[in-house]
Design a protein around this ligand. Structure first.
Ligand code: 5GP
Ligand code: ZN
Length: 112
């Protein structure tokens, strides 16, 4: 079994509330939501962070943004918008070392 929590979620070894899945990407509800809608979008293949991403990762990372677009449309935020966050490294607040896009919607973020 993988040591990486999000690899285990991607392979369905660990449970998650999955909102979207294809061959390369899975999106699931954050267990501690920080907004009314809080979904994590991840490549199934392990990429630790933006800080270690390689040119061959660009395609799947771009497609994660299209999954965010799709979530926005399906959940009714296509007009109002939403926030996409990628915490990177210790000082960036990244706790899980498997790259993930936070999709946050339903509340206007504070500035900063
Ligand atoms: P980070 O701080 O690394 O950018 O974000 C990690 C996110 O993963 C946090 O928002 C946290 O709530 C979420 N998280 C941590 N453990 C789990 C889990 O086991 N399941 C789910 N669905 N989310 C998790
Ligand atoms: Zn992983």
């Amino acid at each position: 079994m993988s040591e990486c929590l999000f690899c285990r979620i991607a392979s369905r070894e660990s449970p998650a509330d999955v909102e979207y899945e294809d061959d390369e990407i899975v999106a699931f509800k954050d267990i501690y939501p920080k907004a009314p809608v809080h979904v994590l979008i991840i490549p199934k293949r392990h990429i630790a962070s933006v800080m270690t991403a390689e040119p061959e990762d660009v395609g799947v990372l771009g497609r994660c943004l299209l999954v965010a677009r799709r979530l926005g449309e399906v959940k009714g935020f296509a007009e109002r918008g939403y926030r996409i966050v990628v915490n990177s490294g210790v000082d960036g607040g990244q706790v899980v070392d498997h790259i993930h896009f936070h999709f946050l919607a339903g509340r206007r973020p504070s500035r900063g």
